[in-house]
Ligand binder design. Sequence first.
Ligand code: XIL
Length: 378
Amino acid sequence: MIKKMSLNLYAATILLSALIINTQTVVAQSTFATSLKEVFKNDFLIGTAINTQQIEEKDTASDRLIKQQFNAVTPENIMKAEIIQPGWDKYNFDLADKLVAYAKKNNLKVNAHNLIWHSQLPSFMRHMQDADSVRKYFVNHINTVAAHYDGKVYSWDVVNEALNEDGTLRKSIFLQKLGDDYVVEAFRLAQKASPHSKLYYNDYNIEQPQKRAGAIALIKKIKAAGVRIDGVGIQGHWRYDKVPMKDIEESIKEFSTLGIEVMFTELDLSVLPNPWDNATADVSATAAGNAKMNPYANGLPDSVAQMQAKAYADLFQLFLKYKKSVSRVTFWGVNDGQSWLNGWPIRGRTNYPLLFDRNFQPKPAFYRVIATAKSVSK
Ligand code: XIL
């Protein structure tokens, strides 16, 4: 009798789980038929960062999602100086050309990332002492790369991360060797070499008041010099429970008053503890890890997934409120497993910052973002 009951119970459990799995799949498939680019088509572009595998179409699961969900792409690494100009006289356009072809085929706008940045520089110029050589590199790099892609890419991040947290200019090799005007000069050169692509300034934490003031001063300086700048990118590497909503709103207002586009260019909402008290996205800042710093190695609790979903929904609600000013929102990666946040600032962690999980399935955050789009009258 007992045996029979437990057998029955066993069968019922199997039936129930089959039902649950089934319902989940059905829900996933039907809601999944909606896409981000579709629901925001009258509002702003929806982009993702893409890596080499994806550009070379070797990752079919990503490929499907990219085509289905996005209408803009930013190369995560392959247009950075160390890859596109590996030697003084050596440019390597192979991968970036592939990216442009891939984007054209799939109706994706390319935001080229980036021309001038202190990080991921070619090794030959990292410790360059001679100011004339740095200037030559700077001029040649911008002229050659920007001209090669003029009109082939929709836009350029001309200068990336030039500012310190207090709004002053970061003491990069460019500031040290070329002086205060190097940002204006970079835009001037880019404007000449690439008259048919939009030109942007991109940075993290520029929603924060002090750094934002520095960015505004920089943008005004570029404009006062009669040089074109079309937009500003706020990277958007935040923690799901610390999204600075007020600062973001204030930033959209203040930046758009300058008459330029505002974009969220590298959006991801980390769920992991930060080794520092302050928020940073400085790629050179790394820390040692331990188990406490990697709490979700075996899976993300639903409660956290739901809170992250709410944070994403609030953000998109704000973006929609300012859809006249916000021209693009780009996620920094396609799925959680591909995010740089699994390796930074601590190596080997398991993070869950994006809208799609490691199996390319939509997370609660995806559904909340879609629902937000649908609930706001357009
Ligand atoms: C990151 C990439 O995602 C990593 O793969 C790479 O190792 C380091 O750079 N700000 C930027 C991006 O502007 O280019 C950085 O991308 C993330 C922070």
